[in-house]
Structures are given as structure tokens and as C-alpha cells.
Ligand binder design. Structure first.
Ligand SMILES: [Fe+2]
Ligand SMILES: [Fe+2]
Length: 280
């Protein structure tokens, strides 16, 4: 199974440049091209939130048009820049968002790895939370299938990135409770988030938590006393999560890659089918 994770696409009005610099629609279209060119292709593309820079029906329709070129299914979860009502109008009840409830959370059951998509959004606020109602829902979903390897996805990373300028201390409420809840469910092979526009890995809830990279403008790693939050000019990227039967000597597991998007010189092949084709 191949799961591609895209995040923080921040789609704006057609032709608009976000922060005066970034054509986020074009950036998403390039990511779609990269995903469609993958061989073998993924089984699913999961968007971990902040679909639009400010959620609205026209922006979600513009997003839908761009991702309509994907040749694989897409699932979406909301981020703090998204707007639940507008998102429901465009995607609610479809295979990309198979719910129309108060919280936009649901489960994807069609793959070897079960994916539980959570809604960590607090309307109108940047940080996220897992309130008692959402934690109870997640506990019930995890208890339904204790033997199936499971990914838990939510927009807000439940860990602190260490980037001093970022307001993204993950979850402002419910982080400790979520950690404890996940520790009670050993089938969780990964926690996937977005929000910090940067690929970061941490131990959390007895599992591995990763914030996926953004398809548009990455935030730089700044740990200094001035508490800068910089948009860096590093390349955007997608994450590629492979469920492999022989991932470790112990058996199957989820292996996570970051795949930068950009223009580079042609690759230099060293080995082909295990045979060296270029001398040192
Ligand atoms: Fe974002
Ligand atoms: Fe966000």
C-alpha cells in the first residue's frame, strides 16, 4: 500500500499570490503532476488540512478542479484555515469527505492500513484541540479494530516543533489525553499531521508522529532568540508512506519518505536491478 500525504496547500483566489510571492494553485498542480507520475502509483492521497488560505466555497471548488486531475482517490481533513460549512458544501458526503457531521471526522477502511481522520479544528483559532467528544469518538474507532494497523491523521501536530517563532504548539487542549489514549492502542503505526509546513518526526502516544511537508511555502527551521517564523525557499514536498510486508526483521511496517518537488538535473543511475552500471 502506498499512501501519499499532501498538506497545507493554502489555495487562494485564482491568480492571487499568497504573501505576494506564492502561486499556491500552481504549486498544487505541480504536486499533482508528481503524484500522477509515480510508478507504482499510490492507492490514496490524504490531505492533512489547510486546503485553502481562508476557507470558502469558491476556493474549495478551485482546489477540487486542480485535484480532479489526480488519477487516485483523495481524502481531506480540515485545518485551521479551513471552514467546515464551505468544506461540507463542496466535499461533504463524497468519498473525499464521507461525513457531514458537526466534526469532519471519519474512517477509511479500504486499505491494509486503516486510516482514522480526525478533526482537530477550533473554529476561528489557529491552534487545535481534541475535546472530550472527539477523544471519545477516536477511542471508539480504535476499539473497533484493535488488530488492524492504523494511521491516525489530524491537522495539528500533537508535539511542539521546537521552532520558536511558530505559534504551532500543536494542540492547546487535549494533547495529554490524546497521548494517553493512543498509548492504549498498540495498533497505531503512525500519527500524521500538517500545519507546521515542515516534515518533523517525534515520538508521541507510544507511536511515531510526523508532520507532513507543504506543497507550497515551507517554514524554515529557526530556533533562535528572536523567535522568527520565516517562509523559507526550500522546495515544497509531499510525504510518501509505504506499508511494506518486510519493513523490519519483525515483519510489516510503515516506512515514511519525504519527496521534494522541483526541477533538478537528471538522476545518475548507479545500480540497475541490483547490478552496478556506473563505475566509481
Ligand atoms: Fe498551513
Ligand atoms: Fe494550519
Amino acid at each position: 500500500m502506498i499512501l501519499v500525504q499532501i498538506s497545507d496547500t493554502h489555495i487562494d483566489e485564482p491568480g492571487a499570490l499568497v504573501y505576494g510571492h506564492f502561486d499556491t494553485s500552481r504549486a498544487l498542480a505541480r504536486a499533482v503532476d508528481v503524484i500522477n507520475a509515480m510508478d507504482p502509483g499510490p492507492d490514496l492521497v490524504l490531505h492533512t488540512g489547510d486546503i485553502a488560505s481562508h476557507g470558502s466555497v469558491p476556493r474549495y471548488q478551485a482546489f477540487k478542479e486542480i485535484v480532479g486531475a489526480l488519477n487516485v482517490p483523495l481524502a481531506v481533513i480540515p485545518g485551521n484555515h479551513d471552514e467546515r460549512n464551505a468544506l461540507r458544501q463542496v466535499f461533504g458526503g463524497t468519498s473525499s469527505l464521507p461525513t457531514t457531521g458537526d466534526f469532519l471526522h471519519y474512517v477509511i477502511e479500504d486499505h491494509p492500513v486503516r486510516i482514522i481522520c480526525c478533526d482537530s479544528v477550533v473554529a476561528g483559532e489557529t491552534p487545535g484541540e481534541m475535546c472530550p467528544e472527539r477523544l471519545a469518538w477516536l477511542e471508539a474507532r480504535l476499539s473497533e479494530a484493535p488488530d488492524r494497523p492504523t494511521v491516525v491523521a489530524l491537522h495539528h501536530p500533537p508535539f511542539y516543533s521546537g521552532m520558536t517563532g511558530s505559534s504551532a504548539k500543536g494542540l492547546v487542549r487535549g494533547g495529554g489525553e490524546l497521548d494517553e489514549l493512543l498509548r492504549g492502542h498498540g495498533q497505531v503505526v503512525r500519527i500524521l499531521a500538517g500545519h507546521v509546513h515542515r516534515a518533523i518526526t517525534a515520538e508521541y502516544g507510544g507511536s511515531i508522529a510526523i508532520s507532513g511537508p507543504t506543497t507550497c511555502y515551507p517554514f524554515g527551521l529557526d530556533m533562535g532568540p528572536e523567535r522568527l517564523l520565516n517562509i523559507s525557499h526550500e522546495p515544497p514536498a509531499i510525504a510518501v508512506h509505504l506499508w511494506l510486508p518486510d519493513a523490519t526483521p519483525a515483519g510489516p511496517g510503515l516506512i515514511s519518505h519525504t519527496l521534494p518537488i522541483g526541477e533538478w538535473a537528471e538522476p545518475i543511475t548507479l545500480l540497475k536491478a541490483g547490478v552496478r552500471v556506473l563505475a566509481v
